[in-house]
Design a protein around this ligand. Structure first.
Ligand SMILES: *Cc1c(COP(=O)(O)O)cnc(C)c1O
Length: 393
């Protein structure tokens, strides 16, 4: 059906799928909590690892496995670990790779809750965290301590849209013996493959681009090798942040169109970005596809496209941004991103509300920042929606 040499779209449609006894064209939903053993000996063999039979759906399930192998193949990784949510993926990775007394260096503009659980929860177990602007790799080197175990980056970062150089990070991680973990949610494996640049672990909120239809919350982790895979799978299974079979089925359905959805959305995004850039009421805009983006050259090298996410601020500041959000009609005022529908939100009061104001300012999450996720609607409709809303600002 497909192999490692297959093209990306072929993998999207076929990777991980298997033939069942009825010749089902899609991967069936194995909606079961548990699996029967053929004999007492078979049960014992499944538990000891002599047999790779399924035991219990928190540990493994055929529908979930199909998704794990699909995404692992897209990311050129060893294998995947599907989770209940993106945060389930992030917390499983933290749990597996950090311990009392250890230290993590992370991008300062990461997904808000990925920072909050380090500062408010893992800190109670004496895990230390330093947040720096990883766009400048010198900041990473200065933050490394003897007990640093993990370098965690998100690129482009959420919601500042700044890029981090993955090749440089991988060099640093090797030199200082750190695990390099990359949150690849904003790009999806279609636009960026962090393991190819030397990352050890890549993770996603599949809620966003990978599923793409705003109807499921889920996460996935893909590792470079078997050793890290076993560590993280242990955390996921024992902490219980597993995905559900129906969730996996939905994501398998959504992922098939990942490339055509992104191609469409990023073509529109470029038009929208140029429109906003030349609009007199727009004070600034960050989109990796624009030449004035600080890491535009890096984006060309590291990403296979500029994506459909952007952030901008209006000359009228937060009040004008609020008016814009209240006056768009096609774009939905909602958090989340990467779906077929256009979404708009205000990170300072929404996704990043739990991050302290001084940390927000330090990370560049200003009060006027509006985040825009372009969908696959007709570009002219998206543009005229913006145009009429901007008239009200
Ligand atoms: C949404 C998001 C997450 C968290 O994922 P959930 O599925 O909501 O738990 C993590 N990282 C990034 C970049 C995200 O956008």
């Amino acid at each position: 059906m497909q192999n490692n040499k297959s093209g990306f779209n072929t993998k999207l449609v076929h990777a991980g799928s298997f033939e069942d006894e009825f010749g089902s064209a899609t991967v069936p939903i194995y909606q079961t909590s548990t699996f029967s053993f053929k004999s007492a000996q078979h049960g014992a063999d499944c538990f000891s690892g002599k047999s790779d039979g399924y035991i219990y759906s928190r540990i493994g399930n055929p529908t979930i496995k199909a998704l794990e192998q699909n995404i692992a193949s897209l990311e050129n990784g060893y294998d995947g670990i599907a989770t209940s949510s993106g945060m389930g993926a992030i917390s499983s990775v933290y749990m597996a790779l950090l311990g009392a007394g250890s230290h993590i260096v992370s991008s300062d503009a990461v997904y808000g809750p990925a920072r909050v659980i380090l500062e408010q929860d893992f800190s109670r177990f004496n895990v230390k965290a330093t947040f720096v602007n990883t766009s400048n790799v010198d900041n990473i080197i200065s933050a490394i301590r003897p007990n640093t175990k993990v370098l965690y980056v998100e690129t482009p970062a959420n919601p500042t849209m700044e890029l981090t150089n993955l090749k440089e990070c991988s060099k640093i991680a090797k030199e200082y013996n750190l695990f390099l973990v990359v949150d690849n949610t904003f790009c999806s494996p279609y636009l960026q493959k962090p393991l190819d640049f030397g990352a050890d672990v890549v993770l996603h909120s599949v809620t966003k681009f990978i599923n793409g239809h705003a109807d499921i919350v889920g996460g996935i982790i893909v590792t470079k090798d078997a050793e890290i895979y076993r560590k993280i799978r242990h955390s996921m299974v024992y902490m219980g942040s597993n995905m559900d079979p129906t969730q996996a089925y939905m994501v398998l359905r959504g992922v098939k169109t990942l490339a055509i959805r992104i191609d469409r959305a990023q073509e529109t995004a470029m038009k929208v970005a140029k429109y906003l850039q030349s609009h007199p009421k727009v004070a600034w805009i960050k989109y990796p596809g624009l030449e004035n983006h600080p890491q535009h050259e890096l984006a060309k090298k590291q990403m296979n496209g500029f994506g459909s996410m952007m952030s901008f601020g209006l000359t009228g500041g937060f009040e004008a941004g609020k008016k814009l959000m209240d006056n768009v009609h096609l774009a939905t005022l909602a958090v989340s991103l990467g779906g077929v529908e256009t979404l708009i939100q205000h990170p300072a009061s929404m996704t990043h509300a739990a991050v302290s104001s001084e940390n927000k300012i330090a990370a560049g999450i200003t009060d006027d920042l509006v985040r825009y996720s372009i969908g696959i609607e007709d570009p002219d409709d998206i543009l005229s929606d913006l145009e009429s809303a901007l008239e009200m600002c």
